[in-house]
Design a protein around this ligand. Structure first.
Ligand code: KIV
Length: 263
């Protein structure tokens, strides 16, 4: 596999070719992800839930993210590495600048921030200074308390319009990728069509440009499999084959199926 770049991802979108994204938190799995030729690896703050045993991503710290980003970098030189900015690491523009710098110096090639309108200046500032940004809209788990729990976002018209407006704003502010989590499939399809940057879905139906899954869900070792996810290990027999099966299912459009999405 050739090294992934922002240009190669944009070219995939232009060509109408879907690409897989998966989370990883250590060098061993990051190496297998490279072997499976998966274009993008996300050092997600989901590590708080799946690895560290917290019941949300809120307790995850910058030190946690740096530790795991370094490990993933050591295992994988080809996939593009996105690192999550954890809870409150980007509450002000200055914090965002300092913390994004730390993640890039730990081996990330892009940082991911959860949120819409309030992040406009922050995204502009980071991208103008050469730090690539991935936006994250819809269900933003760091705000789950304010959102009233882990619920599908954008079901009513006003909420949907706000998500569409935020998506355009993030693209205009310089974001190079966008994650849409737990939104109705039709809304994700509209946003994917309207934006030039690749849109990565999770619980967002079959019509986004790319898909992301939490590695431990894909391997069936999370305590509870979300209904938008799929265990690829059962049919595959080993971790590398499971990753390859996932990548192939995303590229051919076999995953996600319509039933993995929301209305
Ligand atoms: O932290 C994470 O793993 C994520 C994905 C669910 C998109 O943000």
């Amino acid at each position: 596999m050739k090294s992934t770049t922002l240009t190669s991802l944009k070219n995939l979108k232009v060509a109408g070719e879907k690409f897989p994204v998966v989370t990883a938190y250590d060098a061993a799995f990051a190496r297998l992800i490279e072997q499976a030729a998966i274009e993008v690896v996300l050092v997600g703050d989901s590590l708080g839930n799946v690895l560290l045993g917290y019941d949300s991503t809120v307790p995850v710290t910058m030190d946690d993210m740096i530790h795991h980003t370094r490990a993933v970098r050591r295992g994988n030189n080809k996939s593009l590495i996105i690192a999550d900015m954890p809870f409150m690491a980007y509450a002000s523009e200055l914090q965002a600048m300092d913390n994004a710098t730390r993640l890039m110096q730990a081996g990330a090639q892009m940082v991911k921030l959860e949120g819409g309108a309030w992040l406009e200046e922050t995204v502009l500032m980071l991208t103008e200074r050469g730090i690539p940004v991935c936006g994250h809209l819809g269900l933003t788990p760091q705000s789950y308390i304010k959102l009233g729990g882990y619920r599908v976002q954008g079901r009513d018209e006003q909420e949907a319009e706000q998500i569409v407006a935020d998506a355009h704003m993030l693209e205009e502010a310089g974001a190079d990728l966008l994650v849409l989590e737990c939104v109705p499939s039709s809304l994700a399809a509209t946003i994917s069509r309207e934006l030039d940057i690749p849109v990565i879905g999770i619980g967002a139906g079959p019509d986004t440009d790319a898909q992301v899954l939490v590695l431990y869900d894909l391997l069936g070792i999370s305590p509870r499999l979300p209904r938008f996810s799929k265990n690829f290990l059962t049919e595959s027999g080993n971790v590398l084959s499971a990753l390859e099966a996932y990548a192939s299912a995303v590229r051919t459009g076999a995953f996600p199926e319509p039933d993995h999405g929301f209305r």
